[in-house]
Design a protein around this ligand. Structure first.
Ligand code: ATP
Length: 440
């Protein structure tokens, strides 16, 4: 991968994502709706790959973490106990001149970024970010519920269920991937800040006093996970929150930040020490005992919690940013996504050298043979050079070319995305060769 500076702007990325079927504006034929995006045929593959990679590293490959999949709508008392009803708000100001709304903490000065008016902002007032809706046929305050703004609370409300059903001993974690909703005042920067997004969260329960150790541990683990998927280390850093930045439940938080080409260092993932805040509050509000019996000390304790929380959409954005390269090849520019094969939406493309009826049967046969093993695409339109470029632009690691010699020697050419090197492989060894090159 080239050592060059990332070159990608939001505009280039948004247009690539739309043109190649990664991400479309939500409800586009009706003019769209701010803060909502739809993943297209390639986007859904890549998003699923990101979620699978996270789940494998968090749940499948560990014996101290289990998963759950909870309901999005929870009893509204959950959000009173968690502090979200009282405190999950951002300071909002209106520009009296153009009537646009902004997050006060995102404004640089006294000048409206939209109309340029000076000194026209209203006083900042808190705006709760939770979406409200109603359960059942009556729309009154008794039936009002919230769409969850994070998945974490279900790990706390199910703490006792998991300990009991899975016979867990501290330290252990509960992981979940799911949709979350925040009525962000100013969504934007493509899928960086949406109103509907997906998070991958894990609550790691540990003994009080060991939380600092686990906080450091998880910051390291999470940085390593991004690096293992090929994110360039020079674009990643962990930044400790200042005291005034900390959430109401946290004594220590790190933001894992990424150096986005278009906005500089900004949050990618949060790793927070949530202390015993959530379990204590749920014990208090529900009246249920959420303590853990520590056999070593013979005492009932309330575990502390360390939480890594990563937005799938933000992770997707970072993978795209980091993989993108405009490379000079002779007098042409090749756009290539150097996506890790585990994340790439399509793993292998079958490309007959030309659309010739002699090549079609073998090409189709190979296509059918590879599909059970890998996400595979077939393309026989236009010149072979053009088709390689198309696959480069969507990050396909390997292309398999079927030519006229293939009909004689029962061999095909594998072309590698990053090096553009080609090698000849016998058809009966093709699946094994592809698997090896994909690191599968
Ligand atoms: P910010 O400061 O950017 O508003 P936050 O600190 O409130 O974010 P957390 O509550 O820590 O965010 O959420 C955990 C993770 O969820 C974030 O690191 C980010 O990856 C993702 N995330 C949060 N809000 C959004 C959003 N509106 N759109 C997309 N992803 C989000």
């Amino acid at each position: 991968m080239a050592e060059s500076e990332p070159q990608l702007t939001f505009d280039t990325l948004v247009s690539l994502c739309k043109r190649r079927g990664f991400v479309f504006p939500g409800s586009e034929i009706y003019g769209g709706i701010g803060g909502f995006w739809d993943y297209g045929p390639l986007g859904v593959e890549m998003k699923n790959n990101i979620k699978r990679a996270w789940w494998e590293s968090m749940v499948q490959e560990r014996d101290d973490i289990v998963g759950i999949d909870a309901a999005i709508v929870m009893n509204p008392r959950v959000w009173e106990a968690s502090g979200h009803v009282a405190q999950f708000s951002d300071p909002m100001v209106d520009c009296k001149s153009c009537k646009h709304r902004f997050r006060a903490d995102h404004l640089d000065g006294n000048v409206c970024p939209d109309c340029g008016a000076v000194g026209q902002f209203t006083e900042a007032r808190p705006f709760n970010l939770m979406f409200k809706t109603f359960v059942g046929p009556v729309e009154d305050t008794a039936s009002q519920v919230y769409l969850r703004p994070e998945t974490a609370q279900a790990m706390f409300t199910n703490f006792d269920n998991v300990v009991t059903s899975m016979r867990r001993k501290l330290p252990f974690g509960i992981a979940q991937i799911g949709k979350s909703f925040r009525n962000e005042i100013t969504p934007g920067n493509f899928i960086f800040r949406d109103r509907e997004f997906e998070v991958m969260e894990m609550e790691y329960f540990c003994k009080p006093g060991t939380d600092q150790h686990w906080l450091d541990h998880w910051v390291e683990e999470r940085l390593n996970w991004f690096k293992s998927l090929g994110v360039r280390p020079e674009n990643l850093r962990a930044r400790a929150h200042e005291k005034e930045e900390l959430s109401h439940y946290s004594t220590g938080t790190y933001d894992i930040e990424y150096r986005y080409a278009s906005m500089g260092w900004s949050e990618l993932e949060g790793v927070a020490d949530r202390t015993d805040f959530d379990l204590s509050r749920h014990s208090e509000y529900s009246g249920k005992n959420l303590t853990y019996f520590d056999e070593e000390s013979g005492e009932h304790i309330i575990p502390y919690v360390v939480e890594p929380a990563l937005g799938v959409d933000r992770c997707f954005l970072v993978m795209m940013y980091d993989a993108y390269e405009e490379e000079k090849v002779r007098d042409e520019t090749r756009v290539v996504l150097h996506l890790n094969p585990a994340i790439a939406p399509i793993k292998v493309a079958i490309l007959p050298l030309s659309r010739n009826e002699k090549l079609a049967p073998l090409s189709r046969e190979l296509y059918a043979a590879l599909r059970p093993h890998f996400m595979t695409q077939f393309d026989d339109a236009q010149s072979i050079g053009r088709r390689y470029r198309r696959q480069d632009e969507i990050g396909t690691p390997l292309c398999v070319t079927v030519d006229f010699d293939s009909l004689e020697d029962n061999a095909v050419t594998i072309r590698e995305r990053d090096s553009m090197e080609q090698s000849r492989v016998r058809i009966e060894e093709l699946v094994a060769a592809l698997r090896e090159k994909l690191g599968d």
